[in-house]
Design a protein around this ligand. Structure first.
Ligand code: AMP
Length: 231
């Protein structure tokens, strides 16, 4: 049994034009979750974040959560067979039949090939891969200052968007275990070694849309909308 996350949107924007089957690719901290959930809401499709699903399962104490926790705390990838099976299950649900946005998957070549197989079996194809860029220096600044509301998933930043002190004092807003220096370094290393090659893979497939992730949430959202030619 797996636990669902609360970041899935299906209702809004019915009839919206633009891509309906999307992957958001980029380093941690580039804004995949923030921009991905906005975009999914705008398009009326579910935002499927593998990181959020894993975290919900860790929080819910499920078997999947127990398997994933050690890898996540170190900043390592959860094994492909576990992740791929979880995504296949999620994409097979009725709310994903008409579109979806994948945030944090695929993260390596094997996962990208598994996704291609899944979509082939479902008789659908990706419309676009949104690639959000950010320098390593900015990534480290964003991740080390990031704080998350454990109830809502709302993200704060100690410098640019400080969380309410009472929520911090109550332990409601916390730092993710993997937003500490060692896991951040490990995640960056994995991004460059395993995930970055997918940029070329999707460029070759003619799907890549690259957007500069540096700037405010609204600035980047405007760039995303323009790059994807959303109405
Ligand atoms: P994220 O929230 O996307 O930064 O993901 C947090 C952690 O969840 C990652 O550091 C991995 O441990 C795990 N994770 C998320 N997505 C994947 C994936 N596609 N493959 C393997 N592990 C993943």
């Amino acid at each position: 049994m797996t636990v669902e996350t609360s970041h899935e949107h299906t209702a809004a924007a019915a009839g919206a034009t633009g891509p309906r089957r999307l992957v958001v690719l980029g380093p941690q901290g580039a804004g995949k979750g923030t921009q991905g959930s906005r975009l999914a809401q705008r398009q009326g499709i579910p935002a499927i974040s593998t990181g959020d699903i894993f975290r919900a399962n860790v929080g819910g104490g499920t078997e999947l959560g127990r398997v994933a926790k050690g890898y996540m705390d170190r900043g390592d990838l959860v094994p492909d067979e576990v992740t791929v099976a979880m995504v296949a299950d999620r994409l097979g649900r009725p709310d994903a039949a008409d579109g979806f946005l994948l945030d944090g998957f695929p993260r390596n070549r094997a996962q990208a090939e598994a996704l291609a197989d899944m979509l082939r079996r479902l008789g659908v194809a990706l419309d676009a891969v949104l690639h959000l860029t950010l320098s390593d220096e900015q990534i480290i600044r964003r991740l080390s200052g990031r704080r998350v509301d454990t109830r809502t998933g709302r993200v704060w930043h100690v410098e640019s968007d400080p969380p309410p002190p009472d929520l911090v004092a109550q332990g409601v807003v916390v730092q993710r275990n993997d937003d500490r220096p060692e896991p951040i370094a490990r995640r960056l290393e994995i991004f460059h070694a395993q995930t970055a090659p997918l940029i070329g893979y999707y460029a070759d497939a003619g799907l890549l849309v690259t957007v500069d992730g540096d700037g405010s949430v609204d600035e980047v959202a405007d760039r995303v909308a323009a790059a994807l030619r959303l109405s």
